[in-house]
Structures are given as structure tokens and as C-alpha cells.
Write a protein that binds this ligand. Structure first.
Ligand SMILES: [Zn+2]
Length: 316
């Protein structure tokens, strides 16, 4: 009894502890089994899913690949189809060739069909120093301009005046003496000066001049009292005069060639018709004339004739 009573409690405790431990064994095992089972099922599921996608994707590619040997007939059919499609491709090529043609077309049009017109005009020459330089530049670009000559300067450089005429430029009359006070004293004094210039130019160049430009323009501070009368008289005599609507302003003040070019562009204002005033007696003008030509690529450069519609200042 004592022993039992002594050992039993210990054994009972031992068994109780062991039983308590055994209590957790089964749930843990079951849980592990459940978890493992779940993992196994999930793995199978994903494995099955991947295989499904592979199967779906493979038949598409594989189907085509398998059909390819059958479709050689198909490709042969498409071939004629592709052929007509390739004929449009050549038609695309022609359309591609027209494109460069069309691109060159506008360029050519830009070169050949210049919508705007510029008349380069040079007053006060011929100059012993600078007219030749300007003529060289004009010849380089095959441009014809207009030179309103001063009779006195023609007498000084008749060879340059002849060159102007021989190279196809228009010669106009500016005056003989370019002395404003004398020329614009009366209508008769103007006519007298004009006739003298006409004669000198004709004798030295053989040109029978039809057009002219007033020194200082048709209306200026020196001639405003008689300008209408002069115009009436000159028109009755069959002469046509031209003013300008753009200017290098090369006779106004001393400026650089770059400024002259800028003046020309600023005053031309991109107009459809431009009569540009310049002076072939100015050194900087001779320096910038080539740049002037290049700065107006949209303009066709033409010489003035009596048929050209004049640009004139307004008579008040
Ligand atoms: Zn002048």
C-alpha cells in the first residue's frame, strides 16, 4: 500500500504527462497531413494549369506548324495573292518615286516658278570702282538688273556703260549732273538736263532709253513745286519713270554691308513685287550685292522695261 501509495502517484503523474503529450500527437499529425495534402493538391493544380496553358499555346503554334506542310498549297495560293500585293508594293515604289519627284517638284517650282519679282536697280553710276564688281556678281547668277545712269559718269567711264548694255541690263536715265538745285529749278531745266543725259548715253552705248528715275525720287523736297508738271511733260514724251518700294539705304549714311542687306530685307517686307534701290557708286554695296541676291531666293530678279507696271510715290 505504502509502496503503491508511494509509486502510484508518481506513475499516475508520469502517465498523465505522457497522456498529455500524446494528446497533441494526433492533431499535429492530422494537421501536417492536411497541410501536406493541401500543398500536394495545389502543386498538382498549378502543374495541371501550366500544362493546360502549354497545351493551348502549343496547338496554335504546333497546329500551324503541322498545317504548314498542308498549307504549302495555301502559301502557293497566297503567293499569287502576295504577288498582287507585291505589285502594289512596286506601285508603292512608283508612288515613292513620285514622292521624290514631287519633293523635287516643289523645289524646282520654288526655283523655276518664283512667284515674287524683284527688280534690282542701281542709281548714280557708272562707277569707276564698283560697277564692274556688281556686274560680275550679276553675271555670276545670270541676273539682269537696271542701271539708272548719270550722264557725267557715263562720260567718265563709257566702257562700263557699254558693258552694262552689252550684258543685257536695262539702262535708264537718272540725270546728267545730279545737281538737285539746278535740275529742279524749272521744268525746262529738268528737261534740258534729261536731254543731255539721253544724248550722252545714246552716243556711248547706242541705247535709246525709254525709262528714267528722278534724282531723289519722283516727289522730293527739291522738286515738289514742279514734279507734277515734269511728270506730265515726260509722260507726253513717252518716257516711263520708276520709284522704288525697298532700299538698301546705302546712300543715306555709312553702314556696313551686313546692315545694307538687313535694310533691303526690312524694306522689301516680303512683297510680291519689289523695286530695290541701290547705288553702284557705294563700296559696301558692291561688297554685299552677292549676298543681296542670295537673301531673296523666293524672288525672280528681272530688269525693268517700259512694259513693267511702275511702282511710284504718291503725288500729293
Ligand atoms: Zn541719284
Amino acid at each position: 500500500m505504502y509502496a503503491e501509495s508511494y509509486y502510484m502517484p508518481g506513475r499516475i503523474q508520469y502517465y498523465r504527462v505522457k497522456k498529455r503529450r500524446n494528446i497533441w500527437v494526433l492533431p499535429v499529425f492530422l494537421c501536417t497531413f492536411v497541410v501536406l495534402g493541401a500543398v500536394f493538391l495545389l502543386l498538382n493544380y498549378y502543374a495541371a494549369g501550366e500544362s493546360v496553358f502549354e497545351i493551348v499555346s502549343e496547338p496554335v503554334g504546333g497546329g500551324n506548324l503541322q498545317e504548314q506542310p498542308i498549307e504549302p498549297q495555301g502559301p502557293t495560293e497566297p503567293l499569287p495573292i502576295i504577288a498582287p500585293e507585291e505589285t502594289p508594293v512596286p506601285t508603292q515604289a512608283p508612288t515613292a518615286t513620285p514622292e521624290p519627284v514631287s519633293t523635287t517638284g516643289p523645289d524646282l517650282c520654288a526655283v523655276t516658278e518664283k512667284s515674287k519679282t524683284m527688280y534690282l536697280t542701281f542709281d548714280d553710276g557708272p562707277s569707276a570702282e564698283y560697277t564692274d564688281t556688281i556686274l560680275d556678281a550679276l553675271a555670276k547668277y545670270n541676273i539682269k538688273a537696271t542701271f539708272f545712269l548719270v550722264g557725267e559718269n557715263v562720260e567718265k567711264r563709257p566702257d562700263v556703260a557699254k558693258r552694262i548694255a552689252e550684258e543685257g541690263h536695262t539702262i535708264g536715265i537718272h540725270c546728267y549732273s545730279h545737281a538737285y538745285d539746278d535740275i529742279y529749278d524749272t521744268v525746262d531745266s529738268y528737261i534740258e538736263d534729261f536731254e543731255k543725259a539721253y544724248q550722252v548715253i545714246y552716243e556711248n552705248t547706242g541705247v535709246e532709253v525709254k525709262i528714267f528715275r528722278f534724282p531723289g525720287g519722283s516727289v522730293n523736297a527739291y522738286n515738289k513745286h514742279i514734279c507734277k508738271d515734269i511728270i506730265t511733260e515726260m509722260t507726253e514724251r513717252g518716257f516711263v519713270y520708276f520709284d522704288w518700294n525697298a532700299s538698301l539705304e546705302d546712300a543715306v549714311k555709312k553702314t556696313t554691308p551686313e546692315e545694307l542687306v538687313k535694310n533691303a530685307k526690312d524694306t522689301a517686307m516680303d512683297r510680291e513685287r519689289v523695286i530695290l534701290l541701290a547705288h553702284d557708286t557705294i563700296y559696301n554695296t558692291s561688297l554685299c550685292i552677292e549676298d543681296i541676291i542670295l537673301q531673296f531666293p523666293d524672288y525672280k530678279m528681272e530688269p525693268l522695261t517700259e512694259e513693267v507696271v511702275p511702282i511710284r510715290f504718291r503725288l500729293k
